[in-house]
Design a binder for this molecule. Structure first.
Ligand SMILES: Cc1ncc(C[n+]2csc(CCOP(=O)(O)OP(=O)(O)O)c2C)c(N)n1
Length: 600
């Protein structure tokens, strides 16, 4: 039955992607502008039902969308091709964690460099990240493929790349509006093994993505996006994206393998084309991406020796390039050699040694942050540094880590999706300088809700205590000018408080206040790394009569406390930081000089 409410629109490819995203149920879109991608977000911003925001760069846009996707919204991220380089760090780990609700990344390539500093082929990122690549060939496909991309993203738990090129992005074509897509909404679920990419979990997820790629290849074989179109001459062309149109117009009688899903390549569909014709050409803009894979199958192919490897193509260029081959002698027919599925490494044999997982050091003053965070039912978007250990038992106080600086954007996207301060960001001082400041600026600009906790231990501890702009310390250990984090945040006009992380009650109170205050806030929890100061504040004593082994002090995850038959015992590695004394409700712990816990 014809739906009379459906309109026929005349849209630029970029507009079609924006409309297609809304039709696909996307409710969140983030981008950094760049020709030829810019109009996608501008279009989305003018449509109902989707929140659209400019972020300060493509990395932040992707991370913010990851937060929104985890919180349950189908999310779109758009950028120009060079932006994908900026977003590569989160992308290459996002492929491991997978998504929440569907997440689609549009990269608009610029062959011929109408307005770009280089000509790069985004398809390599699909291969690099082992994720699917869709390439629409006109505005209608641009509109339709967005929904396909979201469906693939959710079915295979993967980000999906959708590649446009200048002609598609800026060319106009008819788009028949289609009914909105029905899909099942997903609620956020904390899953540390899936979302915290520390080595023990990341190793498992690497196996997942290798297996996922094999399943995606099977899907590419069956996908209606990849079609074998019969011709009437002994000449076949493999093409994807807008160049398919040029090749079709230049050689209307040829056989075509049209690739709407160009990665992973459907090897068997390629072989099927070779059964129909004796000469095959790959027409592709920029790199011999498909051509190399066809050659890997052992099949003769006409590729970049004929089709220019730089610049934009058109029907005249394609015709002139391939016309001589129509009558050239057909190469000897060969059978394809399909690559075997990759093998996965064998699990390491048990060594028989006790397992000693890494833990936050005894006396690490930032353990207090996790202890305090656990009291509030908040999702904690973590980052990369020692504090990742806050995700391990018994703390289990972090939800995720993606790449350096990702915590703040993820928090902003998560909170935007849920419409409240449901998540906080936790990152270190060095990571803040590396790439935490940009998402903070983005969050402030976009009026995000959230609390950013900077665990300022005055060093880059995880990599061996290097200096950073906060300490001013240079590699030769001389001191240069230091940037004060509080002043920096004040300069950004973001609400910011510095607390002494050693002062547990003050820290807890500051977190509580911030969580209850609307808007964006930063809390700098300052305390130098325990391994740098090596200070021992005193000896912690245990009153065995009061200790009932309730486990509250063990829950802070300090390796200097161990349970014994009757009471906890304090080991030599204790620095006397006193956090265990703070959390003990029975006053069973005290410092030798007389400080005791919360029994009073
Ligand atoms: C892009 C990138 N560069 C470098 C690293 C290596 N690296 C891991 S954590 C870290 C810095 C951690 O410093 P900070 O955030 O201050 O936390 P700390 O370890 O001091 O607690 C670095 C440089 C990385 N993981 N990613």
């Amino acid at each position: 039955m014809v739906n009379t409410t459906q309109r026929t629109l005349f849209l630029m490819g970029n507009e079609a992607i924006g409309y297609g995203a809304v039709r696909a149920g996307a409710e969140f879109a983030a981008a950094y502008p760049g020709t030829p991608s810019t109009e996608i977000l501008e279009t989305a911003a003018g449509l109902e039902g989707i929140h659209a925001e400019w972020c300060v760069n493509e990395k932040v846009a992707l991370e913010t969308a990851v937060g929104a996707s985890r919180a349950g919204l189908r999310s779109l991220v758009t950028m120009k091709h060079v932006g994908l380089n900026v977003a590569a760090d989160p992308l290459l780990t996002l492929t491991e964690t997978g998504v929440g609700a569907g997440l689609v990344i549009v990269s608009a390539d610029d062959p011929g460099m109408s307005s770009s500093q280089n000509e790069q082929d985004s398809r390599h990122y699909a291969k690099f990240a082992k994720i699917p690549m869709l390439e629409p060939a006109d505005s209608q496909e641009a509109y339709d493929f967005v929904a396909e991309a979201f469906a693939l993203s959710e079915e295979f738990d993967t980000p999906v790349l959708l590649r446009s090129t200048t002609k598609l992005s800026h060319g106009r074509g008819q788009v028949l509006e289609r009914d909105p897509v029905a899909f099942e909404k997903r609620a956020y679920e904390k899953d540390i093994a899936k979302h915290m990419m520390v080595p023990q979990w990341a190793r498992l997820r690497t196996r997942f993505i290798i297996q996922r790629l094999e399943r995606l290849r099977e899907r590419a074989e069956e996908s209606p996006l990849n079609t074998l179109e019969p011709g009437t001459i002994d000449f076949g062309i493999i093409a994807s994206g807008v160049v398919y149109q040029y090749a079709r117009e230049a050689f209307p009688e040829a056989w075509f393998l049209k690739l709407g899903m160009s990665f992973p390549l459907p090897y068997h569909k390629v072989a099927e084309l070779y059964e129909k014709v004796s000469r095959v050409a790959v027409v592709e803009e920029l790199d011999p991406f498909v051509e190399e894979q066809v050659r890997m199958l052992g099949l003769p192919v006409i590729g970049k020796e004929a089709i220019p490897a730089d610049g934009e193509l058109d029907q005249d260029i394609v015709f002139a390039a391939l016309e001589p081959y129509l009558t050239s002698p057909a190469p000897q027919r060969r059978s394809p050699v399909f690559p075997p599925a990759p093998r996965l490494s064998d699990p390491k044999p048990e060594s028989g040694l006790p397992v000693r997982p890494p833990v936050l050091c005894p006396g690490c003053r930032h353990r207090s942050v996790f202890t305090a965070l656990k009291r509030h039912k908040l999702a904690a978007m973590g980052d990369i540094g020692c504090y990742m250990l806050g995700a391990d038992p018994p703390l289990l106080a972090l939800d995720s880590s993606l790449c350096m600086g990702a915590s703040v954007g993820m928090m902003a996207g998560f909170n935007e999706a849920l419409g409240r301060k449901a998540a906080v960001a936790v990152l270190g001082d060095s990571t803040f300088f590396h790439s935490g400041i940009t998402p903070l600026i983005s969050a402030s600009y976009n009026q995000a809700e959230g609390l950013v906790l900077i665990l300022d231990n005055r060093t880059t501890a995880m990599t061996g205590h290097q200096g950073n702009p906060g300490s001013g310390i240079k590699p030769d250990m001389t001191e240069g000018p230091a940037i004060d984090l509080q002043e920096l945040c004040d300069g950004l006009r973001v609400r910011c408080t510095t607390v002494d992380a050693k002062d547990y009650p003050a820290l807890e109170a500051a977190i509580k206040t911030e969580v209850q205050t609307p808007g964006l806030g930063v809390l700098i929890a300052r305390a130098p790394c325990a391994l740098l100061t090596r200070e021992k504040s005193g000896e912690v004593l245990v009153d065995e009569g009061r200790c009932n082994l309730c486990g509250l002090c063990l829950d802070i995850g300090c390796p200097a406390i161990a349970p014994t038959a009757n009471a906890v015992s304090i080991l030599d590695s204790c620095t006397g930081c006193g956090l265990c004394i703070e959390v003990c409700k029975r006053g069973a712990l005290s410092l030798a000089d007389g400080v005791s816990g919360g029994a009073s």
